[in-house]
Design a protein around this ligand. Structure first.
Ligand code: PXP
Length: 239
């Protein structure tokens, strides 16, 4: 069955806005799991704008499903991941000024650095995913550097302004998905997915997991986190 990874970064965004301890990140993780999340995802950004080091180590102890750490391919963060030993990591590109992760990792251009990091992480039995744009050359490169999974960037699909463009982006996602599955890579996707646009992506053949954050945490403000996760989980039952 299609799995849901709930990204809880924005609980920490709200907490950091006042610098205190509310809302409590760990409670958020527990509620999301209770509501049916198959995994908890957090991004320890180099600028520590939301998730902090102490959060990831506490989550590692408390998360019962699986902890997925989104991370830049930097020496510092790779070092933390090796100590933390989350169940999965997802390598993402990172720019200081961006509001959120804006594009996929250019695996083709950074093959050597990425393959070294993949090797070190896999040696510790951490499952490694690469967050890439839905481009065949990036999927192929992800296979070549030894990743276990790819997470296809659904941002362009989510932001497409017309039905025609949405269809085009969905076709790109399907093509990349097919190649990933043929190469034996586990297929995940995420970014910008919400209650209105998730169904076609959930229906892509071979899809294993969707990682969703902003829309679920936003919906939680009106219906509560438990309901927000349950509603999304129900939408994923398309197969
Ligand atoms: N997947 C990856 C790799 C991401 O960087 C993000 C954003 O942190 C997400 C999924 C979730 O995106 P959104 O918050 O738009 O659902």
């Amino acid at each position: 069955m299609l799995q849901l990874g709930v990204n809880i970064d924005h609980i920490a965004t709200l907490r950091q806005a006042r610098g205190g301890s509310e809302p409590d990140l760990l409670s958020g993780a527990v509620i999301a799991e209770k509501a049916g999340a198959d995994g908890i995802t957090v991004h320890l950004r180099e600028d520590r704008r939301h998730i902090q080091d102490v959060d990831v180590f506490e989550l590692r102890k408390r998360v019962k499903t699986k902890l997925n750490l989104e991370m830049a391919v930097s020496e510092e963060i790779v070092g933390i991941a090796l100590k933390l030993k989350p169940h999965n990591v997802c390598m993402v590109p990172e720019k200081r000024q961006e509001l959120t992760t804006e594009g996929g990792l250019d695996v083709c251009a950074r093959k050597k650095k990425i393959s070294e990091a993949v090797k070190r992480l896999r040696k510790k039995k951490i499952i490694v995913s690469l967050f890439i744009d839905p481009e065949l050359k990036q999927v192929k490169a992800a296979g070549e550097v030894g990743a276990d999974c790819v997470e296809l960037h659904t941002g362009a699909y989510a932001n497409a302004g017309t039905q025609r463009l949405k269809g085009k982006e969905l076709a790109r996602l399907r093509k990349s998905a097919e190649l990933a599955v043929n190469l034996g890579l586990v297929l995940n996707a995420g970014h910008g997915l919400d209650y209105k646009n998730v169904t076609p992506v959930a229906g892509i053949c071979g899809m294993n997991e969707l990682n969703i954050g902003h829309s679920i945490i936003s919906r939680a403000i009106t219906v509560g986190l438990e309901n927000a996760v349950k509603e999304m989980k129900n939408l994923l039952k398309v197969r």
